[in-house]
Write a protein that binds this ligand. Structure first.
Ligand code: FAD
Length: 498
């Protein structure tokens, strides 16, 4: 095989070649290895690889900041971090890791809630500097580098009055959120983030010790696209670019309501769970219960203030909330409700749950009791309405994300400690951990299923909680694309054995 330039590579992957083996020319520059439909045979070996890209090692002055994740509860000491500048850096890093028998993790926005995008003594292959964005207004598609965070993606699309679903926190990686599902204010309107995903470029393991680039779309490796829509986090390969179908969105009405204290909790929660999931699908909403207040957030796509107030009237008519509504572009609105990372607590613990039946009074009393006893002011019980929205329908080709008939998603979450002060939260850590464990356990009779993007450590049968009946198919797809189980971590998908 001749040495491919970057342009050749893009051309080759863009015309539907399906698989391009890139082991040799970037590693040692010597001989070539033939690629079949899925690259080299599983016993083929590759010439020795060298790391390329921006490389940070323990001796580097920026090692600590290059290693630290968003959740400072988890600290790791990797052997090396590779910040890829282009796809071939990822190919080299994966090949190098395999040839040197070094544990590897994939990282984008660093928000893994169990610290699983980093690893002691291993290599972190970080795609966060792959920031390209190509927005095609004619075909209403956007191809973006895997390093964009959600705020960057929403802002780039917003400049063209376009949108795709993302999660709510701007600093979260678009890759990590989408590959695990991805829900937010636009979920009921446009489906899950992964439902909007129509193609990816991904670097997978190839042969006995190499790597190759695959172009994945509904016609090339459709089984892998299905798997990447909800089970793609660090399981099958390293995604380097994502292509989304995007939708026009000119403006939104953004409503915020605050109830002081928790005395109205029963009324607010019950009205919300019985109305918001069944409202006009243009309405996305979140309810947040804090220690001393209840917050409601609603986004109505292409809606007026009067419409937003009317749709949420069943909830707003409880007690005497303070209500504000802003009308604006989605990009500006989204940027406006972001909290700077430095203002957030250092340590976090969450537990994810889906619910298909309304919570009875008893469950709402449990929420009130636990919130009154929360370990910090930054703790909350968070919900996101699902119900009769667009997420009920799977995209063309299907998706591994299974929780289509959820009424709402919820999670107890605790935040504590001060950023930049490593031990500042230590006294609270055991209290917060226990509170989360007991809170989620108390709600167990009322919930079913969990969200892989907010992983529940120690949960029995996490496989079916995340993916339901799709788990068996995921294991088969894993065996096809990663037979040597190169991509593995605490709750990764094991390859099928038969
Ligand atoms: C404050 C906060 C708010 C959140 N809000 C929401 C929300 O509103 N909606 C929602 O759906 N989720 C939400 N989440 C969960 C979020 O979607 C996950 O934490 C997500 O996996 C983070 O992705 P990341 O790229 O930032 O993290 P990383 O730590 O970089 O990666 C997370 C996982 O994805 C894998 N991964 C990352 N990039 C790639 C890639 N390019 N190829 C293959 N695997 C990759 C990693 O290996 C790891 O397993 C929230 C999380 C936090 C911390």
């Amino acid at each position: 095989m001749r040495d491919l330039s970057r342009r050749d590579l893009l051309k080759a992957t863009a015309v539907g070649a399906g698989a391009v083996a890139l082991p040799v020319m970037m590693a040692g520059g010597s001989s070539a290895i033939a690629a079949d439909d899925l690259g080299a045979s599983s016993s083929a070996t590759y010439p020795p690889a060298t790391l390329t890209g921006r490389i940070v090692r323990p001796q580097s002055p920026d090692y600590a900041s290059a290693s630290l994740g968003w959740d400072e509860l988890f600290v790791h000491y990797p052997l090396v971090i590779v910040f890829a500048q282009e796809t071939r850096d990822v190919v080299n890093a994966l090949t190098w890791a395999r040839q040197n028998d070094v544990a590897l993790r994939v990282r984008s926005g660093r928000h893994s809630l169990e610290g699983w995008s980093n690893v002691d003594n291993g290599i972190v292959i970080d795609v966060s500097e792959l920031k390209g964005a190509h927005i095609d207004t004619g075909s209403r598609t956007a191809r973006v580098g895997a390093g964009l965070n959600q705020l960057e993606a929403v802002t780039a699309l917003g400049e063209y009055d376009l949108a795709a679903t993302t999660g709510t926190e701007g600093s979260v990686g678009l890759s990590g959120a989408t590959l695990g599902g991805g829900f937010g204010f636009l979920t009921r309107y446009l489906g899950m983030a992964c439902d909007n995903l129509i193609g990816v470029e991904i670097v997978v393991a190839s042969g006995a010790d190499g790597a190759e680039v695959l172009k994945v779309d509904p016609w090339n490796h459709p089984d892998l696209l299905w798997a990447l829509r909800g089970a793609g986090n660090g399981n099958f390969g390293i995604v380097t670019s994502l292509t989304y179908k995007v939708a026009p969105l000119k403006s939104v009405a953004y409503l915020q309501a605050t109830w002081e204290g928790l005395d109205d909790l029963h009324g607010v929660f019950d009205r919300w769970q019985r109305s918001a999931p069944f409202a006009d699908p243009r309405l996305g909403s979140q309810l947040e219960v804090h220690k001393n207040e209840i917050l409601l957030f609603g986004v109505l796509a292409e809606g007026s203030e009067a419409e937003a107030r009317k749709l949420l009237e069943p909830v707003l008519s409880v007690g005497n909330p303070e209500v504000t509504v802003q009308i604006g572009g989605w990009g500006d609105t989204y940027a406006g409700f972001q909290i700077p990372t430095e203002d957030e607590p250092a340590n976090w613990k969450f537990f994810s749950q889906f619910t298909s039946e309304p919570f009875p009074e008893k469950a709402i009393s449990i929420i009130r009791a636990f919130m009154e006893d929360a370990p910090s002011d930054d703790s909350n019980f968070f919900t996101q309405a699902f119900g009769t929205g667009a997420q009920r329908k799977e995209p063309f080709g299907g998706a591994a994300f299974p929780h289509r008939d959820a009424l709402f998603y919820s999670e107890p979450g605790a935040g504590w400690g001060t950023r930049g002060e490593p031990d500042s939260g230590d006294a609270v850590t055991p209290i917060a951990q226990t509170w989360i464990a007991e809170f989620s356990q108390a709600l167990r009779p009322y919930v079913n299923g969990a969200y892989v993007n907010v992983p529940n450590i120690g949960m029995a049968e996490w496989e079916t909680a995340y993916w339901g009946r799709n788990f068996d198919r995921l294991r088969k797809i894993k065996a096809k694309y990663d037979p040597h189980n190169v991509f593995q971590y605490e709750q990764s998908i094991p390859p099928a054995t038969h």
